[in-house]
Write a protein of this length. Sequence first.
Length: 171
Amino acid sequence: MGLGAVSALFGIAFALAQNDLKRLLAYSSVENIGIILVGLGAAMLGAANSASWGRIALAGALLHVWNHGAFKSLLFFGAGSVLQATGTREMSRLGGLWRAMPWTTGLFALGAIAVSGLPPLNGFVSEWLVYLGLFDAAASRNPSGLIAMLAAIILGCPGRWPLLLISKPPQ
């Protein structure tokens, strides 16, 4: 769980520092793999304690594998379409694409909302299951509960939410 939490935290930190669209998406994948690892770690702790919260975390981790494949492929296809149309991946030069590419913009925005884990899309559902497993573990008042609570705090850091922004303002 610790490795997953660190991966999620550093993945999103590196993603926020990017100006290259595909690199931002790649570092976002590092963050999402961290979420999956936290869920798998919680599942292993739950299996060791014969706890039901481990099964909830496992369900969330496995669902997030599926969901990440869906929304990240949508985002990479959108990034490829933008690259093909504009010839650049530099986000500061991509303003006003919604007029020239309305379908791509709409679908990319949908993928960005999903990757941000906002309701009602698939990224929210799988992350919520991981969180439910972590919250139930924390409420169980055993030694693994403290680890689960720390992982939930790290995953819930506000730095993950700005991925909803599709482009950065010009420098």
